[in-house]
Design a protein around this ligand. Structure first.
Ligand SMILES: [Zn+2]
Length: 424
């Protein structure tokens, strides 16, 4: 990371701090977002072919899109005209640049890859914004920040020192063992990494940072408990994806949406039990459009203002992916929606020895539960009984198959509850 990059990070940091001060009420925030969104729509109409017909229109006139639409028209959503074949070809050669564009793919889900185009400048703005929200005092305090996040791959060999903050990057694709020693030697006071990485480091006693941020994957309460018990540090959450930066946990432990860089719209469904799915409009992105993009995440918003004083919307929890809602057939044949936390709570409350699990819906009325290899028959029976009780109360009697043996995927996203069976 060179001096110019560090300047971009610092400039973005400073702008985000100024916004936090200036946007002191929801009214000011809404006015600010309106201006930014209007600017973005005009830019989109002239730079992204997909939006050519929408010049000067209101955001609400633009179509809501999702990953399928984006991938299917990819070259029309970025200003370089890069298509998915070009992205795949470059990535297959182990490169990630096409001209000034940096391309990548999300490691999210099976058979349903997302692709993205970003510029270096946008990545550094992203990083600066993240740091401003995570470390609001960084300009006058010394910080040593370790980052192990997807999407920063060509920064991994560089450690960088700008003003008082040192950044070091660690490559998730190499696996934790490749750099755990280097991480310990770096003695970070702040670390940002996926929860499974934090948990592994915590269990080995290699997590010494005083500020711990979990990002890139949903933070499961089970992992949170293990990390916090091992370190005595409260884990703060960062809601991010290759699609952008969507929220950062404050010092009070509340996740606040990054509404100074992203505009959120919410879709609700009566079967989602209070959860809502965001469509995001990122008004900082200029290489690729991210406008009214449906995130496939289910989120519970909070009505309570946070004690930290931030006016950015507080989030109670990110419940998981909408695609992973379980759709379980009742004996009558009727399909009922079950949110992932229902099965998760049933399993982890079944026995205190359970510290990891997977649940896969494998058929309309069949769940396969994976537990640790060493789990006893007694514990397995408790899990079956807990699920039968919890789902039985909802009128559901799926067959529950228990299997032993769990692996943690360090090269892609960990999803503990997922639906493999596709309805309809
Ligand atoms: Zn707060």
């Amino acid at each position: 990371m060179d001096a110019r990059a560090m300047l971009l990070v610092l400039a973005a940091y400073t702008r985000a701090r100024l916004r936090a001060r200036h946007l002191s009420s929801r009214e000011r925030l809404v006015r600010y977002q309106d201006r930014q969104v209007r600017r973005l729509v005009d830019y989109a109409a002239t730079h992204f072919p997909y939006y050519r017909a929408f010049a000067h229109q209101d955001l609400a006139a633009l179509p809501v899109i999702d990953k399928t639409i984006l991938v299917g028209n990819f070259q029309n959503f970025n200003r370089f005209g890069i298509d998915t074949d070009a992205v795949r070809e470059v990535l297959s050669e182990g490169r990630e640049r096409i001209g000034e564009a940096v391309v990548g793919q999300s490691t999210g889900t099976s058979g349903n890859r997302g692709y993205y185009v970003i510029t270096d400048a946008e990545r550094f703005v992203w990083l600066g914004t993240l740091l401003a929200k995570a470390l609001p005092d960084a300009l006058w305090r010394r910080h040593r920040v370790a980052l192990a996040l997807p999407g920063l791959s060509d920064l991994y060999r560089s450690a960088t020192s700008g003003s008082r903050t040192s950044l070091a990057f660690f490559d998730l694709a190499q696996g934790v063992d490749a750099w755990a020693d280097r991480l310990v030697q770096f003695t970070p006071d702040t670390i940002v990494a996926p929860p499974k990485v934090l948990r592994l480091l915590a269990e080995r006693g290699q997590l010494t940072a005083r500020r711990i941020f979990s990002g890139a994957e949903v933070l499961d309460p089970l992992d949170r408990a293990v990390i916090e018990q091992a370190t005595g540090v409260r884990v703060r959450e960062i809601y991010m994806a290759t699609e952008g930066l969507f929220g950062v946990g404050c010092a009070h432990g509340t996740l606040h949406l990054a509404e100074d860089v992203v505009h959120f719209e919410w879709r609700q469904d009566p079967t989602w039990q209070g959860l809502a799915e965001p469509a995001v409009t990122d008004f900082t992105r200029r290489a690729q459009a991210m406008i009214r993009y449906r995130m496939n995440d289910l989120i519970e918003l909070s009505d309570e203002p946070c004690a930290c004083g931030s006016i950015y919307q507080p989030v109670l929890r990110i419940a998981g992916r909408a695609d992973d809602l379980l759709l379980i057939a009742a004996p009558s044949g009727e399909i009922r929606t079950v949110t992932p936390d229902v099965v998760r709570n049933a399993i982890i409350d079944a026995d205190p020895s359970i510290d990891d699990y997977r649940v896969v819906q494998t058929a309309p009325a069949e769940l396969t539960v994976h537990l640790d290899a060493g789990v006893s028959e007694t514990v397995a029976a408790k899990v079956r009984a807990a699920l039968a009780a919890r789902l039985g109360a909802m009128g559901l009697v799926p067959e529950v198959i228990v299997r032993r043996g769990i692996t943690v995927p360090f090269d892609r996203k960990l999803r503990r509850v997922m639906r493999q069976f596709r309805a309809g």
